[in-house]
Every structure is written in C-alpha cells, then in structure tokens.
Write a protein that binds this ligand. Structure first.
Ligand code: PAF
Length: 282
C-alpha cells in the first residue's frame, strides 16, 4: 500500500485508475482505526475497484484545542491495519496543503439548521469543520462513492445534505454502527475511559434500547418529551453527564411528533474524559 501526501500526486494516481475504468471509493477518517473503520473499508472494497483511505485529524472540526491536541494519533498501527486489509492507497495530507491560508481564512461549507442542533449545539463550529473537510476531500479525490459510519448519524445526514445541495457527483453510503460485545459503540474516544468507566459505558446504549422498546410498545402513543427527560435522569443516576437524549425524525432530525414513524433516538453523554455519542432507529 502506497502512502501519498500531496494533492497533485493523489490526483495523478486516481486519474490512472479512472483511465482504466476502475471505480474509486473514499473512506475519510481521522485515524486511530478500529473495527468500525475496517468495516467501512470492507464495504468499500465490495463496491469499488479501488479504495482510498484518508487519515487527517482535522483541526477545523475541534472546538476545543486540548481535545485536538489529545486526539489519539496511531499512524504506524493504522498503516499496518490498512496494509493487512489490502487498501490500495493511504492519503495522508499535511495541514498546510489543505489549509494553505490557515484555518480562519479558508472558505467554509455550512449546512444551515442541521449543523446547529444536537451535537452542533454543544460543539459550536464542529459540523462546519466536518462539512468543509469532507467537501475538500471529495473534491480532491473525486471518488464515485464515500463511506461513513452511522454512529455519527447527524454527521452522515449533514454530509448527504451537503452533497445534494452542492450537486456533488458522489454517492454517500452509511454503514451500521459497529459495537463491542457489551453494546458500546466503537469509537476512538473510548480509549479515554478508565477500566471502571469502560464497564459503565454500555449504559448509554442500554438507555437507547430502553427508549426504543418503550416507543415500540406504545404503538404511537408515546410522549417523546417525557421519555427524553426520563432517559436523561436515568443516565444521570448512573453517573453519566448527558448533553442530550432526543427522539427525532430520521429524515431531517426535526423533533419527533406523534404522527412521525421513521424515528431515530440520539444521545450524547460524558463519562469521565470521554464524550460518548450513540443512536438507534426506533
Ligand atoms: O468521522 C470522522 O472521523 C470525521 O468527522 C471525518 C468524517 C473523517 C471528517 O474529518
């Protein structure tokens, strides 16, 4: 597996593949790869002739400098995993290549509305950073498809909306959340948990399942707002610090009403130094 740092070199390599009619899939990541990322790689390989994985810890999407500095960087291990998975190419851009004028002076891509709710309300500027970097990566690689995990449900929806609004010629594919055996959604941030916190971390997923079961058993008669309050209290009693627990319409993340059927329950909660997020369709 080759590693390419420069944008022109990446374009040249991809142009060669395209000239041979090979389809290209991009899997954008921030590294510290786990089984969730590798499931995206496998899904990409089953759909496209060539798979490019990018690793870039994107400073624009961190609203907290310390969080950016502390984000786990495990390049050698990542490279080995990608090599073992027969990935065609690792794109490892330098910050100066992507943001030559600096972060503040770079054009931004913002999806209005959707980027300000849920995680966006607690992490100001985060989703502008995400859509900006994903738009850049899609323009640089120009893949037929790009794959993202459903664990970041809001992120996935925002990226789909951006692609639609800006008429970008790429198919965005969401893949199911990968979980540990006890239900905890896989995430690079799980490594911030102490062993004691790690044993309690599945409580977030359990709260989502409980809420989903209550919604299903209510046959359309559920008071979503009461269920949200109740779930927040349960998480607090369990020692988590929830930011939100919310029942939303899956298509646009509007607050779910009694007539809505296609629902997603989304939650974010702090446990020690880790900010956990998860979601479940109801
Ligand atoms: O989900 C992530 O790892 C990041 O937000 C992404 C999509 C790679 C953009 O930096």
């Amino acid at each position: 597996m080759d590693t390419i740092h420069a944008i022109p070199a990446l374009r040249e390599r991809i142009a060669g593949w395209r000239a041979r009619d090979e389809s290209i899939a991009l899997v954008p990541t921030m590294g510290n790869l786990h089984a969730g990322h590798l499931s995206l790689v496998e899904a990409a390989q089953s759909r496209a002739g060539r798979v490019v994985v990018s690793i870039f810890v994107n400073p624009m999407q961190f609203n907290d400098k310390d969080d950016f500095a502390a984000y786990p960087r495990t390049l050698e291990e990542d490279r080995r995993l990608l090599q073992d998975h027969n990935v065609d190419l690792l794109f490892l851009p330098e910050q100066a290549a992507l943001y030559p004028k600096g972060l503040g002076a770079t054009t931004r891509v913002e999806v209005p509305g959707l980027s300000g709710v849920l995680c966006g309300a607690f992490r100001p500027g985060h989703f502008v950073g995400v859509t900006t970097i994903v738009c850049m990566l899609l323009n640089i690689a120009q893949p037929e498809m790009a794959l993202f995990g459903e664990k970041d449900f809001q992120q996935l929806l925002l990226i789909k909306r951006m692609v639609r609004d800006l008429h970008l010629p790429v198919r965005i594919i969401g893949m199911p959340t990968m979980r540990e055996e006890d239900g905890l959604a896989m995430s690079s941030r799980n490594r911030y948990l102490t062993p004691e916190e790690r044993s309690r971390a599945p409580l977030l997923y359990q709260a989502l399942r409980r809420a989903r079961d209550i919604i299903r058993n209510s046959h359309g008669g559920c008071d979503f707002r009461a269920l949200e309050d109740d779930s927040m209290n349960l998480l607090r009693e369990d020692g988590l610090r929830p930011e939100y627990f919310s029942v939303r319409r899956a298509s646009d993340l509007a607050l779910a009403g009694p007539d809505d059927r296609d629902l997603v329950i989304l939650a974010a909660a702090w446990l020690g130094k880790a900010r956990l997020i998860d979601n479940l369709r109801a």
